[in-house]
Write a protein that binds this ligand. Structure first.
Ligand SMILES: [Fe+2]
Ligand SMILES: [Fe+2]
Length: 171
């Protein structure tokens, strides 16, 4: 019997949804790797707190990639099978860490989260009232990305304050 899973999608081409999800899928893998490598190369003040945060974010981005791959397959598509395709499909730029200082790394990571927030808020708008399953998924990913940005910004501000205190105590 024909499956009804795709008949619940209204006013959107399934192939379009798959294309958009593959773009987000690319972003998630690149974000995962960015966090992974940042957590390895990072240097400087409060490094351990930053490593804990970056490692948690890497795990979240990998979980997002898994959710998106599963949804692409459920829609009858194929997640991109070659890592090279991530660079041509991604919405967000890969923020290669060049300066390993904790503040620079956190700034790169915050930029990435801000891009992810714009991508998912667009996907939420596109799928609303049209594809409830994808809509629920992108909404929950969006909530995670908002939390990521906030966590990184808080850590960034704490480190800034700490540096100020040290400067004062040495003056
Ligand atoms: Fe993500
Ligand atoms: Fe994120």
């Amino acid at each position: 019997m024909a499956m009804r899973r795709n008949s619940i999608i209204k006013g959107l081409e399934i192939s379009e949804i798959i294309t958009m999800l593959n773009k987000a899928y690319s972003d998630e893998w690149l974000a995962y790797y960015q966090y992974f490598i940042e957590s390895k190369v990072i240097k400087g003040i409060m490094r351990d707190a930053a490593i804990a945060e970056l490692t948690q974010h890497a795990a979240d981005e990998l979980r997002h990639a898994t959710m998106i791959a599963d949804r692409i397959i459920q829609l009858g598509g194929t997640p991109l099978t070659h890592p090279q395709a991530w660079f041509t499909h991604a919405n967000c730029e890969y923020g290669e860490p060049k300066d390993f200082d904790v503040v620079a790394i956190l700034n790169d990571a915050i930029k990435g989260e801000q891009c992810a927030i714009s991508v998912y808020s667009k996907l939420v708008d596109i799928t609303k009232d049209k594809d409830i399953i994808t809509y629920n998924m992108v909404s929950s990913i969006l909530a995670d990305e908002v939390e990521h940005e906030e966590d990184l910004q808080t850590l960034h501000d704490d480190i800034g304050e700490f540096i100020e205190q040290i400067k004062k105590s040495m003056a």
